[in-house]
Ligand binder design. Structure first.
Ligand SMILES: NC(=O)c1ccc[n+]([C@@H]2O[C@H](COP(=O)([O-])OP(=O)(O)OC[C@H]3O[C@@H](n4cnc5c(N)ncnc54)[C@H](OP(=O)(O)O)[C@@H]3O)[C@@H](O)[C@H]2O)c1
Length: 305
């Protein structure tokens, strides 16, 4: 058995309970990981509340992002070994002492970063990486990133800069200096006035991480033939067709993407930010904080000692 956060019905943060749960067993192609840190993604509390269009089987162990140490290897796994420090994505729940994950969703942790930092990669760096890659961002492009200080945004800024783009980013007042420090060329405080002034038709790629009216107001900024991705809702395909703008879909990173991201982090080209670390038993506090929707980087749960 192991300790895990579980919930038996949808609801508020109080449904998250620390319980004994069966320790998972790695199946074909999977590894067993002793979790050191789990990333708290906004989707975790959306699923908990029943807001996400996805069937769940109770009890649910929340979480997909993790970093830890391989403790077991299932049949058919090549290139990963017991004792390796890794990070990745699991669909078996990560707010726990252990998880299992397909070897294809796991990569070796950069030596130079902590487990907490590595737990920010899946669902943050991976989402940003696929966005910048699928938009085919190139040197000289103007890339606009909403929520540039958030768990996805901070990576998107750095990947776009690494590609040689000119980056415009939005954040609240407490994150403006931070987004400049990670490379945003034009930092816009979205609380100080309309973000769109003077930028109509100027943007090659728009990454919206906010949705709602922010998404609506962003369309006129994108050039004809430019690209648009929102990760805060369904892809607005029809609107894109009408506007002559290429609408992208959010993608799940492949193993090579994890390896490429790890290399950039190992070299210090790309950095992360951990907003707060909570013990596993305080998962409900971590969800309350995440639901506020204002912060810098990723909230992380610490598992084990
Ligand atoms: N489809 C996917 O693959 C995928 C993957 C990851 C995330 N998502 C979704 O994408 C969204 C963002 O995720 P995240 O992990 O980056 O969230 P996050 O870590 O909570 O970051 C959101 C950021 O946006 C800023 N912000 C809040 N309101 C804003 C506004 N009106 N304009 C500009 N910035 C604003 C926040 O702080 P300040 O206001 O203090 O600056 C914060 O830094 C969530 O809805 C999440 O579920 C989707």
């Amino acid at each position: 058995m192991m300790q895990a956060i579980r919930y038996h019905k949808h609801g508020g943060p109080e449904v998250l309970q620390l319980e004994q749960a069966p320790k998972p067993v790695p199946q074909d192609g999977e590894v067993l990981v002793r979790i050191a840190a789990a990333g708290v993604l906004p989707v975790d509390w959306k699923i908990r509340k029943g807001l996400f269009p996805m069937p769940v089987k109770f009890p649910v162990i929340p979480g997909t992002a993790f970093a830890g140490v391989i403790e077991g290897v299932g049949p058919g796994v090549n290139g990963l070994q017991i004792g390796q420090e890794v990070f990745g994505r699991s669909t078996n729940g990560t707010y726990a002492e252990y998880t299992t994950a397909p070897a294809d969703s796991v990569a070796v942790k950069p030596f130079s970063i902590s487990f907490a930092e590595a737990a920010t990669i899946s669902g943050g760096a991976t989402t940003a990486w696929c966005a910048i890659k699928n938009a085919a961002v190139k040197a000289g492009d103007r890339v606009f990133i909403h929520g540039a200080g958030g768990g996805v945004g901070l990576f998107a800024v750095q990947f776009a800069k690494w590609k040689g783009a000119n980056v415009i980013g939005t954040a609240g007042p407490s994150n403006i200096d931070f987004i400049r420090s990670i490379g945003v060329d034009t930092a816009i405080d979205y609380t100080a006035g309309p973000f769109e002034v003077g930028l109509e038709g100027q943007v090659d790629f728009m990454l919206d991480t906010i949705g709602g009216s922010t998404l609506e107001r962003s369309w006129p900024l994108v050039k004809q033939g430019g690209a648009f991705l929102t990760i805060a809702g369904q892809p607005p395909i029809e609107r894109g067709q009408k506007e002559g703008i290429r609408v992208l879909r959010s993608a799940i990173a492949a193993k090579q993407d994890l390896i490429d991201i790890a290399e950039l982090m190992e070299k210090g080209i790309v950095q992360t930010s951990v907003q707060a670390v909570f013990p596993l038993s305080d998962a409900s506090q971590a969800h309350i904080r995440s639901e506020e929707g204002h912060g810098r980087g990723r909230i992380v749960l610490r598992s084990g000692n």
